[in-house]
Design a binder for this molecule. Structure first.
Ligand code: PRP
Length: 232
């Protein structure tokens, strides 16, 4: 039996569609349901519906054998999991945004305040550029922060750009692009190799123009590295 953690929210419909296209019948599993666990005996699988930011934790610690989560979350958490498949859907970018008219370098003499739900990505990005920043961690509705003067800029996901536009914000820089990824627990890959490889093969077959994730020459060699930077 394989346990698969799916991100609730924006990715779940595409993730369920992916499993269906790969030939898995998952009757009763729907994005609308309040159920958090679905047992699918016909596929010998259990699906868990968890918050996106919790998917890498479930997979890393073996609460799930595999999961589907955005690259943005993996970059932020640097979890120790295998990342064999870029699933292509959920495309968006992690960007720096500021209020329209707030030119670059408005506060060069002091720390720039950045509101974000990606504190590590933000810190790495600005540190690498030698820009002193003060990170303000928020859990959602990030676009409000510059509007009320809580922060100078934000680092957030941009998909269509409509949330930025609605708050008079403009993209200043793109930090990284993100798509949904299939991730696998390292021990499960050894202990449940056969069912996991079958699942990966069936998913890969229905992912349009599957490429190895950037930076990987061998699909199964990809691993999201952990703790490259000191955690505060
Ligand atoms: C995400 C992100 C932006 C929005 C971007 O928020 O944080 O707010 O989507 O999408 P857009 O470019 O298509 O407008 P989400 O809906 O996940 O909610 P949150 O603000 O509570 O994180």
């Amino acid at each position: 039996m394989l346990t698969i953690a799916l991100s609730k929210g924006k990715l779940i419909e595409s993730a369920l569609d992916l499993f269906r296209r790969a030939g898995y019948t998952i009757a009763g599993l729907s994005a609308e349901s309040r159920r958090l666990i679905f047992i699918s005996p016909e596929n010998d699988m259990t699906f868990l519906i968890v918050r996106p930011s919790d998917v890498p934790t479930y997979v890393e610690y073996g609460g799930a054998d595999a999961g589907i989560v955005g690259k943005d979350v993996l970059m932020e958490q640097e979890s120790d999991v295998y990342e064999p498949l870029d699933l292509g859907f959920g495309a968006c970018r992690i960007a720096v945004a500021a209020l329209q008219g707030e030119g670059a370098g408005a506060r060069l003499s002091s720390k720039v305040r950045i509101a974000t739900k990606y504190p590590r990505i933000s810190e790495r990005y600005f540190n690498a550029r030698g820009v002193p920043v003060e990170i303000i961690k928020l859990y959602g509705s990030i676009e409000l922060a510059p509007v009320v003067g809580l922060a100078d800029r934000i680092v957030d996901l941009v998909e269509t750009g409509s949330t930025l536009k609605a708050h008079d914000l403009v993209e200043v820089e793109v930090i990284a692009k993100s798509t949904a990824r299939f991730i696998v627990n390292r021990a499960s890959l050894r202990l449940k190799q056969e069912p996991l490889m079958t699942l990966i093969r069936r998913l890969r077959a229905v992912v349009p123009s599957q490429q190895p994730p950037a930076g990987s020459s061998r699909p199964m060699a990809q691993r999201t590295h952990k703790k490259k930077m000191a955690r505060s």
